[in-house]
Design a protein around this ligand. Structure first.
Ligand code: UGA
Length: 461
């Protein structure tokens, strides 16, 4: 089929590549000409595992091309996917200006009977607006609206696109359903479950899925606070809860909380939408509050362990919003860096892929090339992102270079048992800390010791 994808960000580009890989002729277009120029040269503007390689394969096969010329990309398309950004406005409302502009472009340049599919995450009811714009500007052409939300995790996007746990299709016409069925035929034949519904339900289901995952994370983080007071271990509590298939273990990892371009914006947009309908959905406000508090709690823990933050050097390992991406948008690790900087600390960070993006977001941040360079002279080291690379920290080497042997694990990445007898003060999240025995404590390499070494961190508020 002839497919045009408008918007070549994380979602749009993966959509281009994966539809091409299952045999369709795909053209990706974007208003950002620099991005299209990069793509035409085979370079992805962001890191996503396997994406660049897949792009090369599909462009060389002739099934995938990119252009800034949207009118020509639209002229031949049987189906158009809208994958433009829907960022949050200051009050949480989704900004749908790009959706409207795209609708108007489709109306002016697409052919009769085209199927127009929303893949961008949008509030329920957006397709009605898109349809009205198409009707007003389309000069009598027939359009078939559909919604086909994406459930792609950054870092796993190609896998999630080609082996989806559900394909959701919101339609209002037989043609819309037929086109989407034919488009996804290879995945449906391979066993991907298809859920067909109306458009508003499909739109809402995407927001609901992300908000519910965010809710699970905030539940784990609220529980972590209780565990710290109760001297219990939130990781084991989550394992026990997760053993019940009705609950599930995924997304119950406590730490710095959720970030990225999707969860914060989608929780806010769903809250805003329900407020507009007269239902404030207070649960979502709590999800956001607990998430903000997760970062503040780790900052308070660092301060508690160091006594004062002024003049202290703090290393943050991991700056991306999660591992296996270079994306720092709404990264909790950067939110932490900002809090520590505001409190007078000197913050040095390192990340396998996100260092330069982080520096753009937080210019006061000093960058280090690797873990040991970051740790050099540091009074505390904080795990900010759970990159696998940080699992194998050499504690003896860290002790050599750090001013204080102190680690705050904002992602519960490390194994507490490795710290027993190590001389380190190890503070995980929602789990009992590991503190050196006073008699056996050697302190830092210069003989200095952390300012306080409580058995339990002092209550954070
Ligand atoms: C998320 C969803 O998982 C995808 O299904 C969805 O399609 C995508 O948003 C989207 O709307 O486009 P993504 O933003 O890539 O995907 O990130 P996740 O893997 O969901 O992680 C989100 C955040 O939650 C990260 O900051 C991660 O560190 C954090 N997290 C995750 C926790 O703090 N605890 C957990 O247990 C799990």
């Amino acid at each position: 089929m002839k497919v045009t994808v408008i918007g070549t960000g994380h979602v749009g580009l993966v959509t281009c590549v994966t539809f091409a890989s299952i045999g369709h002729d795909v053209i990706g277009t974007d208003v950002d000409s620099e991005k299209i120029e990069l793509l035409a040269r085979g370079i992805s503007p962001f890191y996503e595992a396997g994406l660049e390689e897949a792009m090369h394969t599909e462009t060389s096969s002739g099934r995938l091309a990119f252009t800034v010329d949207a009118p020509s990309a639209l002229r031949e398309a049987e189906v158009v996917f809208i994958c433009v950004g829907t960022p949050a406005r200051a009050d949480g409302e989704a900004n749908l200006v790009a959706m409207e502009q795209t609708a108007s472009q489709i109306a002016r340049h697409a052919q009769d009977d085209v199927v127009v599919v929303e893949k961008s995450t949008v509030p329920a009811g957006t397709a009605d607006r898109v349809r009205t714009t198409l009707q007003r500007e389309g000069k009598g052409l027939r359009f078939h609206m559909a919604s086909n939300p994406e459930f792609l995790r950054e870092g796993m996007a190609i896998h999630d696109a080609l082996e989806p746990d559900r394909i959701v299709v919101g339609v209002e016409s037989a043609r819309g359903l037929d086109v989407l069925r034919r488009l996804y035929a290879p995945l449906l034949e391979a066993g991907a479950p298809l859920i067909v519904t109306d458009i508003r339900t499909a739109e809402l289901a995407k927001h609901a899925s992300n908000a519910f995952l965010a809710l699970k994370i905030s539940f784990a983080n609220a529980l972590a606070r209780v565990c710290e007071h109760a001297d219990a271990d939130v990781t084991t509590v989550a394992d026990i809860m997760g053993a019940d298939p009705r609950i599930g273990r995924a997304f119950l990892d406590a730490g710095l909380g959720y970030g990225g371009y999707c969860f914060p914006k989608d929780v806010a947009a769903l809250k805003h939408l329900s407020e507009r309908f007269g239902y404030p959905f207070p649960l979502l406000g709590e999800v956001e509050r607990v998430n903000d508090e997760a970062v503040a709690a780790i900052a308070a823990k660092v301060r508690e362990a160091l006594w004062n933050l002024e003049g202290k050097r703090i290393a943050i390992l991991g700056l991306a919003f999660k591992p296996d991406t270079d994306d720092v948008r709404f990264s909790p690790a950067l939110a932490l860096a900002r809090l520590l900087l505001a409190a007078g600390a000197h913050v040095v960070g390192c990340d396998p892929r996100a260092a330069s993006g982080a520096k753009e977001e937080v210019p006061e941040l000093e960058l280090a090339n690797d873990v040991y360079e970051a740790a050099s002279g540091a009074h505390a080291l904080v795990i900010g992102t759970d990159w696998t690379e940080f699992r194998g920290l050499q504690l003896a080497a860290l002790r050599e270079v750090m001013t204080y042997p102190l680690i705050v694990d904002g992602r519960n990445l490390l194994d507490p048992s490795d710290f027993v007898g190590s001389g380190f003060w190890y503070y995980p999240t929602g789990r009992p800390p590991v503190i050196p025995e006073p008699s056996r404590s050697g302190g830092g390499v210069d003989g200095s010791e952390p300012a306080s070494a409580p058995r339990q961190p002092t209550p954070l508020w």
